[in-house]
Design a protein around this ligand. Structure first.
Ligand code: DOR
Ligand code: ZN
Ligand code: ZN
Length: 471
């Protein structure tokens, strides 16, 4: 079947131009650039208009490559009261996310090839978006990690600090061997366990037993992040392994990574919308809803992170760390309330909105968001024919209405959350750009509130790409 997306505002590879796209089955078969009369192939477009089985009028809408979210926790198997692959992948496509990589802290933990195979099998049946999985490192599963086929598995996830699921790897010899032998990308949760433990003890004493949730950034202080990131960079420097630092939350780590990159260490950097939207003052308003690990830090960290999103900045990718918990599990104090928040459904809209509201991003446009959320994730993982709007590539696309008609409220509500947890930390926030349609492998996985029968495919990886995130 031929579908023509007619007269869209196409955002791709640093450009924004008026154009049309032909989808043939799963793939993009033609791109018509109508930005200049010379570039336009008028007769070709006319022929496409006649031969298309259907024409979708995209006038006034942005067409971007679908988001590739390289960091989600979909809770399947074992924690499915919070969410599962079916519900969370629906949330993904409702937010313009066409591919995701799920983390191993499920029950059982994904620390064997068999556990990965089980996830792939389950996702093949129920996932609305394309899917991939990290295999988790433990203190004793090195043989398993070395025997893994990294064309089917995204890479290795390493918790240098414990978080939900307690998958801490703390044996120095294991870490050194893992880095020196790793045949794939190592994605790291970088927080130092000893520093966290000491801060916790001190605060427990200071607060008399219960630490208020707004002190979470003191329980998991910046020094814990900086120390662990420094250690991880050191391991990468010695081994030559490709280190990917997840969810960066401090200005200090940005500096460390900048220096390491300049030195030639193979390191890439990820941050998440929550560290760009919130700072610790927001605990007053949002409480445990924004409690996550690493903790949300200071307003100066937020500003530094925003600045490093600009071209040439340290941040390579934006992922969500989508970590749904039930609101009932979010009750309690800094130690007892669950850590993590859902984000996959609103990440693209939130990032586009930040372009308008943050002066640090004044010089950036949606082209930069496409780079951070689709192109660079595809480069990072060496994804096969995804992440770009190119002829011959999979038609993984998102169509956005950049300005909502007055009749449609742009304020986010908990009621519109497609994931199982049923809430979002963004409730009440105005996000003007709206996802109209999300195409996964050429067909609408999501269209104005309706979901199609799931048809996500397993991702294929070539891995081992350049440290600067460029091809
Ligand atoms: O806040 C977090 N939540 N950080 C993590 O590292 C894990 C995640 C989860 O799975 O809940
Ligand atoms: Zn983490
Ligand atoms: Zn995570």
């Amino acid at each position: 079947m031929l579908t023509l997306l007619h007269n869209a505002e196409i955002v791709n590879e640093g450009r924004r131009f008026k154009g049309s796209i032909v989808i043939d089955g799963q793939f993009i078969s033609r791109i018509f650039d109508e930005s200049t009369p010379e570039a336009g192939d008028v007769s070709g477009l006319e022929a496409a208009l006649t031969s298309a089985d259907r024409v979708i009028d995209c006038e006034g809408s942005l067409l971007m490559p679908g988001v590739i979210d390289t960091h989600v926790h979909f809770r399947d198997p074992g924690l499915t009261e919070k969410g599962d692959i079916e519900t969370e992948s629906r949330a993904a496509v409702a937010g313009g996310v066409t591919s995701y990589i799920d983390m191993p802290n499920t029950r059982p933990a994904t620390v064997t090839r068999e556990a990965v195979d089980n996830k792939i099998k389950r996702a093949s049946e129920v996932s609305a978006a394309n899917f991939g999985f990290f295999i988790g490192a433990t203190n004793d599963n090195l043989p398993e990690l070395l025997d893994t086929d990294y064309t089917r598995v995204a890479g290795i996830k390493l918790f240098l600090g414990s978080s939900t699921g307690n998958m801490l790897v703390d044996d120095p010899d294991t870490l050194a061997t893992l880095f020196s032998k790793a045949p794939a990308l190592i994605a790291v949760h970088a927080e130092d366990e000893a520093i966290i433990r000491a801060s916790r003890e001190k605060l427990l004493e200071e607060c008399g037993g219960s630490i208020p949730v707004e002190r979470h950034p003191d329980v998991r202080p910046r020094s814990a992040c900086v120390e662990a990131t420094r250690r991880a960079i050191d391991l990468a420097r010695r081994s030559g392994a490709h280190l990917h630092i997840c969810h960066i939350s401090t200005a200090d780590e940005l500096q460390l990574i900048k220096e390491a990159k300049a030195e030639g260490v193979k390191v890439t950097a990820e941050t998440c919308p929550q560290y760009l939207l919130f700072d610790r003052n927001d605990f007053d308003r949002l409480g445990a809803r924004i409690k996550c690990n690493p903790a949300i830090k200071d307003s100066s960290d937020r500003i530094a992170l925003l600045r490093e999103l600009l071209p040439g900045g340290v941040i390579d990718t934006i992922a969500t760390d989508h970590a749904p918990h039930l609101l009932s599990q979010k009750e309690g104090d800094a130690l007892t309330a669950a850590s993590g928040m859902p984000m996959v459904q609103f990440s693209l809209r939130a990032m586009l909105e930040l372009l308008d509201t943050e002066s640090e991003l004044q010089t950036a446009g949606p082209e930069r968001i496409a780079e951070l959320m689709a192109h660079n994730p595809a480069r990072l993982l060496g994804l096969d024919r995804r992440g770009f709007i190119r002829e011959g590539y999979y038609a993984d696309l998102v169509l956005l209405e950049p300005s909502s008609p007055a009749s449609i409220p742009s304020k986010v509500t908990d009621a519109e959350v497609a994931g199982r947890c049923g809430w979002t930390p963004l409730a009440g926030m105005s996000l003007t750009p709206k996802v109209r349609t999300t195409f996964v492998n050429g067909t609408e996985a999501y269209d104005r509130g309706t979901f199609a029968t799931p048809h996500g495919s397993p991702l294929r990886f070539t891995s081992g790409t350049a440290s600067d995130g460029k091809e």
